[in-house]
Ligand binder design. Structure first.
Ligand SMILES: Nc1ncnc2c1ncn2[C@@H]1O[C@H](COP(=O)(O)OP(=O)(O)O)[C@@H](O)[C@H]1O
Ligand SMILES: O=C(O)C1=C[C@@H](OP(=O)(O)O)[C@@H](O)[C@H](O)C1
Ligand SMILES: [Mg+2]
Length: 169
């Protein structure tokens, strides 16, 4: 039998994929994996440094490889970076998986990412950039998602419990 994640989380930066994913994995008693962390481990440096040293295109190449590897080998909760859905290859790879879109509107996303530290795409003008990214990606998150959970005004613990209930057969 092939290994597949119990749940893949997608959504905009600040939607809570890393935070809610960690809480969800704990609630389910499974491992949590985040393709951003996989990429940093492989590259041996933080994501902002990858963007500075090699550029976004190189990051996206590493991300496609990280998404494919994690989908094929991780049996727990998987979070992918907010921009993973931009690649057709990643959207195709997500077909057949349980994919939960953590939706967030601009006000909560802005509050959560603050000045964009650690997110190189948001380093300049986080609010306007986030608005642009979210407008561009909303249809892509909807395309890959098998369920959508609204995160605005909800705590990570509430969201983890809601998703855990959703995943029960
Ligand atoms: N539901 C939530 N309510 C309030 N703050 C949240 C929520 N989810 C995440 N956060 C906070 O927002 C920030 C970004 O969360 P993170 O999990 O890194 O998002 P993502 O991985 O989707 O970019 C973190 O500081 C986190 O503590
Ligand atoms: O939106 C994006 O394109 C990105 C989101 C980040 O992950 P989070 O969504 O976890 O912030 C990270 O993959 C990288 O900085 C690029
Ligand atoms: Mg994250």
């Amino acid at each position: 039998m092939s290994t597949r994640p119990v749940c893949v989380l997608v959504g905009a930066p600040g939607s809570g994929k890393t935070t809610v994913g960690t809480a969800l994995a704990e609630a389910l008693g499974v491992d949590f994996r985040d393709t951003d962390a996989d990429i940093e481990n492989l590259a041996g440096k933080p994501i902002p440094e990858i963007f500075v040293d090699e550029g976004e295109e190189h990051f996206r190449t590493l991300e496609r490889a990280a998404v494919a590897a994690a989908l094929a080998s991780h049996a727990g909760v998987l979070a992918v970076g907010g921009g993973a859905v931009l690649a057709e290859e990643n959207r195709a790879a997500l077909i057949g998986h349980t994919v939960v879109h953590l939706s967030v509107e601009l006000p909560d996303a802005v509050k959560r990412v603050g000045l964009g530290a650690g997110r190189p795409l948001l380093a300049l003008n986080p609010r306007a950039t986030l608005k642009h990214l979210m407008d561009q990606r909303r249809p892509l998150y909807a395309e890959v998602a098998t369920a959508t959970v609204v995160t605005d005004g909800r705590t990570p613990q509430e969201l983890a419990a809601e998703i855990a209930a959703l995943l029960k057969p």
